[in-house]
Design a binder for this molecule. Structure first.
Ligand SMILES: Nc1ncnc2c1ncn2[C@@H]1O[C@H](COP(=O)(O)OP(=O)(O)OP(=O)(O)O)[C@@H](O)[C@H]1O
Ligand SMILES: [Mg+2]
Length: 277
Protein backbone atom coordinates (compact mmCIF):
# COMPACT_ATOMS: atom_id res chain seq x y z
CA UNK A 1 0.00 0.00 0.00
CA UNK A 2 1.30 3.39 -0.98
CA UNK A 3 -0.34 5.37 1.82
CA UNK A 4 -3.04 5.28 4.44
CA UNK A 5 -6.12 5.88 2.24
CA UNK A 6 -8.54 2.94 2.20
CA UNK A 7 -8.16 0.69 -0.79
CA UNK A 8 -11.14 0.95 -3.11
CA UNK A 9 -12.49 -0.59 -6.29
CA UNK A 10 -14.74 1.31 -8.70
CA UNK A 11 -16.56 0.52 -11.93
CA UNK A 12 -17.08 3.18 -14.58
CA UNK A 13 -20.49 2.44 -16.06
CA UNK A 14 -23.47 3.64 -18.04
CA UNK A 15 -25.63 1.67 -20.42
CA UNK A 16 -25.15 4.28 -23.14
CA UNK A 17 -22.45 4.25 -25.76
CA UNK A 18 -19.86 6.97 -26.15
CA UNK A 19 -20.40 8.95 -22.93
CA UNK A 20 -16.75 8.65 -21.84
CA UNK A 21 -16.61 5.52 -19.68
CA UNK A 22 -13.32 4.38 -21.14
CA UNK A 23 -11.84 7.88 -21.15
CA UNK A 24 -12.74 8.37 -17.48
CA UNK A 25 -11.53 4.87 -16.52
CA UNK A 26 -8.10 5.28 -18.13
CA UNK A 27 -7.53 8.81 -16.89
CA UNK A 28 -8.81 8.37 -13.34
CA UNK A 29 -6.61 5.27 -13.08
CA UNK A 30 -3.63 7.29 -14.31
CA UNK A 31 -4.36 10.17 -11.90
CA UNK A 32 -4.57 7.73 -8.98
CA UNK A 33 -1.18 6.38 -10.04
CA UNK A 34 0.19 9.94 -10.25
CA UNK A 35 -0.94 10.41 -6.63
CA UNK A 36 1.36 7.59 -5.57
CA UNK A 37 -0.98 4.61 -5.60
CA UNK A 38 -0.67 1.15 -7.08
CA UNK A 39 -3.49 0.87 -9.59
CA UNK A 40 -5.05 -1.92 -11.64
CA UNK A 41 -7.26 -1.12 -14.65
CA UNK A 42 -9.59 -3.97 -15.68
CA UNK A 43 -11.08 -3.81 -19.18
CA UNK A 44 -14.38 -5.72 -19.09
CA UNK A 45 -15.63 -4.40 -22.43
CA UNK A 46 -15.28 -6.78 -25.35
CA UNK A 47 -14.62 -3.74 -27.58
CA UNK A 48 -11.22 -3.46 -25.86
CA UNK A 49 -11.05 0.33 -25.98
CA UNK A 50 -9.37 0.76 -22.60
CA UNK A 51 -6.84 -1.89 -23.59
CA UNK A 52 -6.05 0.01 -26.82
CA UNK A 53 -6.01 3.33 -25.01
CA UNK A 54 -3.10 2.29 -22.81
CA UNK A 55 -1.15 0.78 -25.69
CA UNK A 56 -1.94 -2.90 -25.04
CA UNK A 57 -4.02 -3.65 -28.14
CA UNK A 58 -1.78 -6.66 -28.92
CA UNK A 59 -3.09 -8.49 -25.86
CA UNK A 60 -6.64 -8.55 -27.16
CA UNK A 61 -6.02 -11.99 -28.68
CA UNK A 62 -3.97 -13.44 -25.80
CA UNK A 63 -4.19 -17.16 -25.04
CA UNK A 64 -6.00 -16.75 -21.73
CA UNK A 65 -8.89 -14.56 -20.59
CA UNK A 66 -11.04 -14.01 -17.52
CA UNK A 67 -13.21 -17.02 -18.37
CA UNK A 68 -10.17 -19.23 -17.75
CA UNK A 69 -9.58 -17.65 -14.34
CA UNK A 70 -12.88 -18.96 -13.01
CA UNK A 71 -12.92 -22.16 -15.06
CA UNK A 72 -12.31 -25.01 -12.58
CA UNK A 73 -10.59 -27.00 -15.34
CA UNK A 74 -7.97 -24.30 -15.97
CA UNK A 75 -5.03 -23.30 -13.79
CA UNK A 76 -4.88 -19.73 -15.16
CA UNK A 77 -4.92 -17.20 -12.30
CA UNK A 78 -5.85 -13.54 -12.38
CA UNK A 79 -2.21 -12.52 -11.93
CA UNK A 80 -1.38 -14.41 -15.16
CA UNK A 81 -3.57 -11.92 -17.08
CA UNK A 82 -2.04 -8.75 -15.60
CA UNK A 83 0.10 -6.65 -17.95
CA UNK A 84 2.24 -3.70 -16.88
CA UNK A 85 2.29 -0.21 -18.35
CA UNK A 86 4.24 2.78 -17.09
CA UNK A 87 1.08 4.17 -15.48
CA UNK A 88 -0.80 1.20 -14.12
CA UNK A 89 -1.22 -2.56 -14.34
CA UNK A 90 -3.94 -3.75 -16.68
CA UNK A 91 -6.13 -6.79 -17.14
CA UNK A 92 -6.71 -6.39 -20.87
CA UNK A 93 -9.96 -7.05 -22.68
CA UNK A 94 -10.21 -10.12 -24.89
CA UNK A 95 -12.00 -10.84 -28.13
CA UNK A 96 -13.81 -13.73 -26.41
CA UNK A 97 -15.30 -11.62 -23.58
CA UNK A 98 -18.75 -11.85 -25.21
CA UNK A 99 -18.54 -15.60 -24.86
CA UNK A 100 -17.40 -15.19 -21.25
CA UNK A 101 -20.45 -13.01 -20.66
CA UNK A 102 -22.73 -15.68 -22.09
CA UNK A 103 -21.25 -18.24 -19.72
CA UNK A 104 -21.87 -15.88 -16.80
CA UNK A 105 -25.49 -15.53 -17.89
CA UNK A 106 -26.10 -19.25 -17.39
CA UNK A 107 -24.09 -19.74 -14.20
CA UNK A 108 -25.74 -19.37 -10.81
CA UNK A 109 -23.00 -17.28 -9.20
CA UNK A 110 -21.89 -15.29 -12.24
CA UNK A 111 -22.56 -12.04 -10.43
CA UNK A 112 -19.94 -12.83 -7.76
CA UNK A 113 -17.11 -13.71 -10.15
CA UNK A 114 -15.39 -10.34 -10.34
CA UNK A 115 -15.54 -10.03 -6.57
CA UNK A 116 -14.20 -13.54 -5.91
CA UNK A 117 -11.60 -13.81 -8.65
CA UNK A 118 -10.43 -10.21 -9.19
CA UNK A 119 -11.21 -7.77 -6.37
CA UNK A 120 -10.90 -9.94 -3.26
CA UNK A 121 -7.54 -11.51 -4.21
CA UNK A 122 -5.91 -8.26 -5.36
CA UNK A 123 -7.38 -5.20 -3.62
CA UNK A 124 -5.43 -4.07 -0.58
CA UNK A 125 -2.67 -6.61 -1.23
CA UNK A 126 -1.37 -5.90 -4.71
CA UNK A 127 -3.31 -2.72 -5.43
CA UNK A 128 -4.61 0.37 -3.65
CA UNK A 129 -7.22 0.97 -6.36
CA UNK A 130 -8.92 -1.16 -8.97
CA UNK A 131 -10.74 0.67 -11.77
CA UNK A 132 -13.05 -1.36 -14.02
CA UNK A 133 -14.16 -0.19 -17.46
CA UNK A 134 -17.49 -1.78 -18.38
CA UNK A 135 -19.47 -2.39 -21.57
CA UNK A 136 -22.29 -0.07 -22.65
CA UNK A 137 -24.98 -2.62 -21.74
CA UNK A 138 -26.76 -3.99 -18.69
CA UNK A 139 -25.72 -7.63 -18.45
CA UNK A 140 -23.83 -10.18 -16.39
CA UNK A 141 -20.42 -8.55 -16.91
CA UNK A 142 -21.50 -5.12 -15.75
CA UNK A 143 -23.59 -6.64 -12.92
CA UNK A 144 -20.56 -8.62 -11.81
CA UNK A 145 -18.35 -5.51 -11.99
CA UNK A 146 -20.79 -3.49 -9.86
CA UNK A 147 -21.13 -6.28 -7.29
CA UNK A 148 -17.36 -6.74 -7.21
CA UNK A 149 -16.40 -3.10 -6.83
CA UNK A 150 -19.48 -1.79 -4.95
CA UNK A 151 -18.71 1.70 -6.24
CA UNK A 152 -19.54 3.33 -9.56
CA UNK A 153 -18.55 6.47 -11.44
CA UNK A 154 -21.15 7.47 -14.04
CA UNK A 155 -20.02 9.61 -16.98
CA UNK A 156 -22.94 11.41 -18.62
CA UNK A 157 -23.40 13.63 -21.60
CA UNK A 158 -25.68 16.48 -20.69
CA UNK A 159 -28.38 15.10 -22.98
CA UNK A 160 -31.74 13.48 -22.17
CA UNK A 161 -30.56 10.12 -23.53
CA UNK A 162 -27.76 9.97 -20.97
CA UNK A 163 -30.04 10.97 -18.11
CA UNK A 164 -32.61 8.33 -19.04
CA UNK A 165 -29.76 5.81 -19.35
CA UNK A 166 -28.77 6.64 -15.78
CA UNK A 167 -32.38 6.32 -14.59
CA UNK A 168 -32.54 2.88 -16.22
CA UNK A 169 -29.31 1.87 -14.53
CA UNK A 170 -30.74 2.87 -11.15
CA UNK A 171 -34.07 1.11 -11.72
CA UNK A 172 -32.88 -2.01 -13.55
CA UNK A 173 -29.51 -2.60 -11.93
CA UNK A 174 -28.73 -0.69 -8.74
CA UNK A 175 -32.13 -1.03 -7.05
CA UNK A 176 -32.54 -4.77 -7.83
CA UNK A 177 -28.98 -5.42 -6.61
CA UNK A 178 -29.87 -3.67 -3.36
CA UNK A 179 -33.43 -4.98 -2.87
CA UNK A 180 -32.95 -8.54 -4.11
CA UNK A 181 -29.21 -9.08 -3.70
CA UNK A 182 -28.56 -7.03 -0.55
CA UNK A 183 -25.68 -5.31 -2.30
CA UNK A 184 -25.36 -1.56 -2.01
CA UNK A 185 -23.50 -0.07 -4.94
CA UNK A 186 -22.50 3.49 -4.15
CA UNK A 187 -22.67 6.09 -6.91
CA UNK A 188 -19.44 7.94 -6.07
CA UNK A 189 -20.00 10.66 -8.66
CA UNK A 190 -21.90 11.68 -11.75
CA UNK A 191 -19.39 12.98 -14.28
CA UNK A 192 -20.80 15.37 -16.89
CA UNK A 193 -18.54 14.88 -19.91
CA UNK A 194 -17.83 16.36 -23.35
CA UNK A 195 -19.38 19.72 -22.45
CA UNK A 196 -19.19 22.56 -24.97
CA UNK A 197 -21.41 25.19 -23.43
CA UNK A 198 -25.00 25.10 -24.67
CA UNK A 199 -28.38 25.73 -23.03
CA UNK A 200 -29.26 22.04 -22.77
CA UNK A 201 -26.15 21.44 -20.65
CA UNK A 202 -27.15 24.22 -18.28
CA UNK A 203 -30.69 22.93 -17.94
CA UNK A 204 -29.62 19.35 -17.24
CA UNK A 205 -26.99 20.31 -14.65
CA UNK A 206 -29.66 22.37 -12.87
CA UNK A 207 -32.07 19.42 -13.08
CA UNK A 208 -29.50 17.18 -11.42
CA UNK A 209 -28.95 19.83 -8.75
CA UNK A 210 -32.71 19.77 -8.05
CA UNK A 211 -32.76 15.99 -7.80
CA UNK A 212 -31.73 13.53 -5.05
CA UNK A 213 -28.44 13.10 -6.94
CA UNK A 214 -27.29 16.69 -6.42
CA UNK A 215 -24.61 15.68 -3.92
CA UNK A 216 -22.99 13.35 -6.47
CA UNK A 217 -21.87 16.22 -8.68
CA UNK A 218 -18.17 17.02 -8.10
CA UNK A 219 -17.44 20.70 -7.45
CA UNK A 220 -16.08 21.15 -10.98
CA UNK A 221 -19.41 20.03 -12.44
CA UNK A 222 -21.78 22.35 -10.60
CA UNK A 223 -23.72 25.25 -12.06
CA UNK A 224 -21.60 27.88 -10.21
CA UNK A 225 -18.96 26.96 -12.76
CA UNK A 226 -21.09 28.52 -15.52
CA UNK A 227 -19.90 31.91 -14.23
CA UNK A 228 -16.27 31.19 -15.08
CA UNK A 229 -14.23 29.80 -17.91
CA UNK A 230 -14.12 27.03 -19.11
CA UNK A 231 -17.49 26.19 -17.51
CA UNK A 232 -18.53 23.05 -15.67
CA UNK A 233 -17.84 19.35 -16.28
CA UNK A 234 -15.18 17.62 -18.25
CA UNK A 235 -14.91 19.83 -21.30
CA UNK A 236 -14.75 18.71 -24.89
CA UNK A 237 -11.03 18.57 -25.75
CA UNK A 238 -9.52 17.01 -28.88
CA UNK A 239 -6.54 15.93 -26.79
CA UNK A 240 -8.64 13.14 -25.22
CA UNK A 241 -9.11 11.43 -28.58
CA UNK A 242 -5.53 12.08 -29.67
CA UNK A 243 -4.10 10.67 -26.44
CA UNK A 244 -6.32 7.62 -26.89
CA UNK A 245 -5.05 7.04 -30.43
CA UNK A 246 -1.46 7.29 -29.17
CA UNK A 247 -2.24 4.65 -26.54
CA UNK A 248 -1.59 7.07 -23.68
CA UNK A 249 -3.51 8.67 -20.82
CA UNK A 250 -4.14 12.41 -21.24
CA UNK A 251 -1.41 13.38 -18.76
CA UNK A 252 1.23 11.55 -20.80
CA UNK A 253 0.08 13.05 -24.08
CA UNK A 254 -0.53 16.63 -22.94
CA UNK A 255 0.82 17.32 -19.46
CA UNK A 256 -0.57 20.90 -19.49
CA UNK A 257 -4.12 20.02 -20.46
CA UNK A 258 -6.64 22.15 -18.56
CA UNK A 259 -8.80 19.09 -17.78
CA UNK A 260 -6.14 17.33 -15.71
CA UNK A 261 -7.06 19.12 -12.46
CA UNK A 262 -10.65 17.92 -12.96
CA UNK A 263 -9.52 14.34 -13.48
CA UNK A 264 -7.45 14.78 -10.33
CA UNK A 265 -10.57 15.88 -8.51
CA UNK A 266 -12.23 12.65 -9.65
CA UNK A 267 -9.25 10.67 -8.37
CA UNK A 268 -9.72 12.50 -5.07
CA UNK A 269 -13.42 11.51 -5.02
CA UNK A 270 -12.38 7.86 -5.51
CA UNK A 271 -9.80 8.15 -2.71
CA UNK A 272 -12.33 9.64 -0.31
CA UNK A 273 -15.17 7.35 -1.37
CA UNK A 274 -17.57 10.08 -2.48
CA UNK A 275 -17.91 13.75 -3.40
CA UNK A 276 -18.73 14.85 0.13
CA UNK A 277 -17.11 11.95 1.98
N1 LIG B 1 -14.07 15.25 -22.71
C1 LIG B 1 -13.95 14.78 -23.97
N2 LIG B 1 -13.64 15.61 -24.99
C2 LIG B 1 -13.52 15.17 -26.25
N3 LIG B 1 -13.70 13.92 -26.61
C3 LIG B 1 -14.00 13.02 -25.66
C4 LIG B 1 -14.14 13.39 -24.30
N4 LIG B 1 -14.45 12.29 -23.57
C5 LIG B 1 -14.50 11.28 -24.46
N5 LIG B 1 -14.24 11.71 -25.71
C6 LIG B 1 -14.22 10.93 -26.93
O1 LIG B 1 -15.55 10.43 -27.15
C7 LIG B 1 -15.51 9.12 -27.66
C8 LIG B 1 -16.25 8.19 -26.72
O2 LIG B 1 -15.53 8.15 -25.49
P1 LIG B 1 -15.32 6.77 -24.72
O3 LIG B 1 -14.81 5.74 -25.65
O4 LIG B 1 -14.52 7.07 -23.52
O5 LIG B 1 -16.82 6.47 -24.33
P2 LIG B 1 -17.42 5.10 -23.79
O6 LIG B 1 -18.59 5.48 -22.93
O7 LIG B 1 -16.38 4.27 -23.19
O8 LIG B 1 -17.93 4.41 -25.14
P3 LIG B 1 -18.48 2.91 -25.27
O9 LIG B 1 -19.87 2.97 -24.73
O10 LIG B 1 -18.43 2.63 -26.73
O11 LIG B 1 -17.58 2.04 -24.46
C9 LIG B 1 -14.04 8.76 -27.84
O12 LIG B 1 -13.65 9.05 -29.15
C10 LIG B 1 -13.34 9.70 -26.87
O13 LIG B 1 -12.01 10.01 -27.26
MG1 LIG C 1 -15.84 2.30 -23.55
Amino acid sequence: MADSADPRAVTVALQKGGVGKTTVAINVAERLHARGHDVLLVDLDQQGNATEGVGLGDHYEADANLGDVWDPDSDVEITDLVRETEWMDVVPSHRDLDEVENQLRTSAYGVTRIRNYVVDPLLGDEYDYIVVDSPPSIGPLSDSALVGTQNVLVPLKMREASISGFQRMVEQQLQPLRDEGGIDVRVLALVPNILEGDGEEKRIIRDIEDSPWADRLPAFARSEMFDGSPGPGLRKRVAFGRAYREGEPLAAYDSDNDQLPRLDELADVVERGGVDA
